[in-house]
Design a protein around this ligand. Structure first.
Ligand code: URA
Length: 229
């Protein structure tokens, strides 16, 4: 891939903008300033990329996968209404690529959120057919007992839906703390399931999505991950 295309794929700018950066000697790859847009670049061999002296995050190409520990009061949307976008937690040039969230978390939900430019991966992770498990730590409004867990595991009828939805598992780890695992991603699913079972969600954190958890990430931090294909 030539340097010009590589920079565009990195979200650095338009063809015209990247041409100007190269012409002005403002691009260096692995510590070497490159002056020719046709220089051959092997993406896997790029260890560092500097633009006008500033180090830029090197995006794995062609596909990348990001694990974000979503903080409270961020919206999973490119066009947020009430809070900042989760994408604002990433470098500008990464946001300029074709990045999408893998499903959504509500603004008040925290925890594992995956972001990617790989549409097939996105579909595989979110399609109910593939039954990818998501585990939530739920703070309940009212004290609960095993009845709540059995109700959720047996299935509840969600408001406005004809079919019941059942949890993969539900476990109480405190009188008001529930670990709930589900494999669908319906709109407000956890809040609606808990409401249908007669309690109420006061706080929601996604601890796990498929193979990923956020144990090594502070709230708002992210890193690239490399799913087994
Ligand atoms: N279920 C919800 O109700 N909200 C979320 O953010 C995720 C799952």
């Amino acid at each position: 891939m030539d340097l010009l295309k590589y920079l565009q794929a990195q979200g650095i700018g338009s063809r015209k903008e990247c041409t100007a950066l190269i012409k002005n000697g403002l691009i260096s790859v692995n510590g070497t300033v490159l002056h020719d847009g046709k220089t051959d670049i092997v993406p896997e061999q790029v260890r560092s990329l500097h633009i006008d002296g500033e180090e830029a995050v090197v995006i794995p190409l062609p596909y990348y996968y990001i694990l974000l520990n979503k903080p409270e009061n961020y919206e999973t949307s490119h066009k947020p209404r009430d809070y900042p976008s989760v994408f604002s937690l990433l470098p500008d040039h990464l946001r300029a690529t074709d990045i999408q969230a893998v499903g959504r978390l509500d603004a008040d939900t925290t925890g594992v959120l995956l972001l990617t430019n790989d549409g097939r991966f996105n579909h595989r992770m979110t399609s109910p057919k593939h039954k990818v498990e998501k585990r939530y730590r739920v703070r309940l409004k009212h004290d609960a007992d095993e009845t709540l867990c059995r109700t959720l595991e047996n299935g509840v009828l969600l408001h406005d839906e004809g079919e019941t939805v059942a949890a993969v598992s539900a476990e109480l780890v405190g009188s008001r703390t529930l670990l709930l695992t589900i494999c669908e991603g319906k709109y407000h699913q956890v809040k609606r399931m808990v409401a249908a079972a007669g309690n109420r969600v006061e706080g929601l954190h996604r601890e796990r999505f498929g193979d990923w958890d956020t144990q090594d990430l502070q709230s708002g931090e992210w890193r690239f991950v490399y799913p087994e294909q």
